[in-house]
Design a protein around this ligand. Structure first.
Ligand SMILES: C[C@@H](N)C(=O)N[C@H](C)C(=O)O
Ligand code: ZN
Length: 234
């Protein structure tokens, strides 16, 4: 049996600083409309997905400013930001159902091994929808954001794989040493996104080219900080 709860960053103590969730100033950035998870039926309650903690919003604006310097008229595009635990649960269940379908299987007829293999694949990429205050899903803290880039003609930049794909192509350095057509360009795009986000104070999820955070447990762990600034919001 796999223990899906084990994540190295969960050892980090959270000292909640109490900063509010604030709306992301979308006019400075790009965003997907309708929101990809809302379109699937995810219910966000009193907040929309376009909320983050105040300091995280400040970092995002800084990242956009850095991007302006190196690629005028390019935009950071928000795919997802604040995500209540109920939405985390919704997306985990949705991803499980999609993975079952992609394998040509039927959920009610899965063997224990098939079920375990699919859950393992889901939790490779999704955080557990935990309600434990010591192990909040990163997006439920308002500190994590999934982003990509839009170029000066308004086209979404090709990163070599879509956001949320459950495969090794999601790993940030997947194309670093690849000879596949387009690999150099995809890696350069991922690196550009990483550079501007890192410079603004974010850390990147080691398994996902699009997931960045500031102030949560994953950020503290990657940044070698003893404590995280943000716990679960609701
Ligand atoms: C799958 C992706 N959208 C994501 O946000 N993954 C991280 C690990 C999460 O669920 O917090
Ligand atoms: Zn994410």
């Amino acid at each position: 049996m796999i223990n899906y709860q084990v994540r190295p960053y969960h050892q980090i103590l959270i000292v909640e600083c109490g900063e509010p969730l604030v709306e992301i100033p979308l006019e400075l950035l790009a965003w997907e409309s309708p929101h990809p998870y809302a379109r699937l039926g995810a219910a966000y309650g009193e907040y929309s997905p376009y909320f983050l903690r105040q300091s995280v919003v400040n970092c995002l604006i800084k990242a956009q400013n850095y991007l302006d310097l190196v690629r005028p008229h390019w935009r950071i595009q928000i795919f997802d930001a604040y995500r209540p635990v109920a939405v985390q649960q919704f997306m985990v269940d949705y991803s499980f159902a999609m993975a079952v379908e992609e394998r040509g299987l039927i959920a009610a007829e899965l063997t224990p091994q098939q079920r375990q293999e699919i859950w393992q694949a889901v939790y490779e990429i999704w955080a557990v929808p935990s309600l434990d205050e010591k192990t909040p899903p990163p997006h439920s803290t308002g500190a994590a954001v999934d982003v990509t880039l839009v170029d000066d003609s308004g086209q979404v930049v090709n990163m070599g794989s879509p956001i949320d794909e459950m495969s090794e192509r999601s790993h940030p350095d997947y194309y670093a040493n690849s000879v596949e057509p387009g690999a150099r360009e995809y890696h350069a795009h991922r690196q550009l996104l990483y550079d501007v986000m890192l410079k603004a104070g974010f850390q990147r999820n080691p398994k996902e080219w699009w997931h960045f955070s500031y102030g949560d447990q994953m950020w503290a762990w990657l940044n070698k900080q003893p404590t995280a600034l943000y716990g679960r919001v609701l």
